[in-house]
Write a protein that binds this ligand. Structure first.
Ligand code: CP3
Length: 354
């Protein structure tokens, strides 16, 4: 494999000194880019795009051609895992993901098995290998998976949900059944992420979009414990290089203190917690990634630049910051506005590393 030409992202995750703050953007490959919409049209639909390694590679590369980003992220989805378990994933346009066979009952959950990951998810590992070849060492590639609780919300509710009535019902009325679901998804995710690492992913991120919808003790028992299990099972070093792990629990707030003890290298922070407070919560034990409000990208380039300046100042001096939004970029954003953000990080961050 080719030598990495830009390791500023990996260094920042390990809290090593860098000359500027690295930047990548959650959902950087996506519908706000006209060239993405074109390739998705070519593929037919979103899952066909995910399952075609050449096209998945093409859309992964698109944002890197436009912007000076310091990492690529595999183009795929967190719901490939329950799809591989046989739940029948499909996307209904305008409504998001849907499962043909959600698992609501104790019986259905107890019947779930860890699937043959190589056989069912081989298209993902093919995409990782294709992307690594195409990247040719320019920037590192991030692999990812969802947290068991976040993936579990879609498996149990059957689609996107705001209130999570069914899975929260399990947490209260049948916690051992929910433990079982968390364990099966965690075991599958360990195999899934390790296979991404074997195929060439140089860092991994676990997306815990919905864990913080649980109350504190339930968060620790179901979402955090299952992420801990994953971290404990991951390959942490390959070919003499450390594989950093990023946990992103949206809305974690003070729970960041607990999350910093899981053995992860970095924590994602959303915009509801400022980075200065987050840094206190984690006592500089782990790196932090974030956290500009994605809505800022709807404002003028001047306002975006000020938002970047404020975010950098909030983290302050020293290593251990990866610039990102506090959640994914939305489809309505003008691509030039993301350019203004990335340029501002390049211009304004060096002084925090002198
Ligand atoms: O960040 C990246 O660029 C990598 C690709 C990526 C996608 N989904 C592509 C995608 C990643 C990392 C995800 C993660 C994901 N998927 C999460 C966790 C992160 C988050 O945003 O909270 C969740 C909850 C999902 C599940 C999911 N996938 C939903 C709810 C939807 C529909 C919502 C929507 O935005 O329409 C998807 C579809 C999806 N995944 C799209 C993309 C680019 C849009 C599909 C399309 O092209 O129509």
């Amino acid at each position: 494999m080719s030598e990495l030409k830009n390791d500023v992202f990996l260094r920042a995750l390990m809290r090593q000194p860098v000359s500027r703050t690295p930047v990548w953007i959650m959902r950087q490959a996506g519908r706000y880019l006209p060239e993405y919409r074109e390739v998705r049209g070519q593929a037919g639909d979103f899952m066909s795009l995910c399952k075609n390694p050449e096209l998945a590679c093409e859309v992964t590369m698109q944002p890197l051609r436009r912007y000076k980003l310091d990492a690529a992220i595999l183009f795929s989805d967190i719901l490939t895992v329950p799809d591989a378990m046989g739940l029948g994933l499909h996307f209904v346009s305008g409504e998001g993901p849907k499962f043909t066979s959600p698992v609501r009952t104790a019986d259905a959950i107890r019947k779930l098995r860890v699937p043959d990951v190589e056989q069912k998810l081989g298209y993902v590992f093919d995409a990782v290998r294709t992307i690594r070849r195409e990247l040719n060492g320019e920037v590192p590639l991030i692999g990812f998976a969802g947290s068991p609780f976040t993936v579990g919300t879609y498996m149990v509710e059957g689609s996107s949900s705001r209130e999570f009535p069914n899975i929260k019902g399990l947490a209260k009325e049948a916690p051992d059944v929910l433990d079982h679901l968390m364990n099966i998804v965690a075991e599958t995710t360990i195999e899934y992420l390790n296979a991404q690492i074997e195929a060439g992913a140089q860092a991994v991120q676990i997306f815990d979009t919905w864990g913080a919808a649980l109350e504190g003790d339930d968060f620790r028992r179901f979402s955090m414990a299952s992420m801990q299990k994953i971290i404990d099972g991951l390959i942490r070093e390959k070919d003499g290089h450390k594989i950093p792990v990023i946990l992103f629990t949206k809305g974690a707030g003070p729970l960041l203190t607990d999350l910093a003890e899981t053995g992860c290298d970095a924590l994602g922070v959303d915009w509801t917690t400022d980075l200065a407070s987050a840094r206190e919560y984690v006592s500089d034990k782990v790196a932090l990634q974030g956290n500009l409000d994605p809505a800022t990208l709807r404002e003028s380039p001047e306002v975006i630049r000020q938002g970047v300046a404020d975010t950098l100042a909030s983290y302050g001096k020293g290593p251990g910051h990866v610039f990102n939004l506090g959640h994914g970029i939305t489809p309505d954003i003008d691509p030039d506005h993301l350019g203004a953000l990335v340029d501002a990080v390049h211009d304004l961050s060096p002084k925090y590393h002198e």
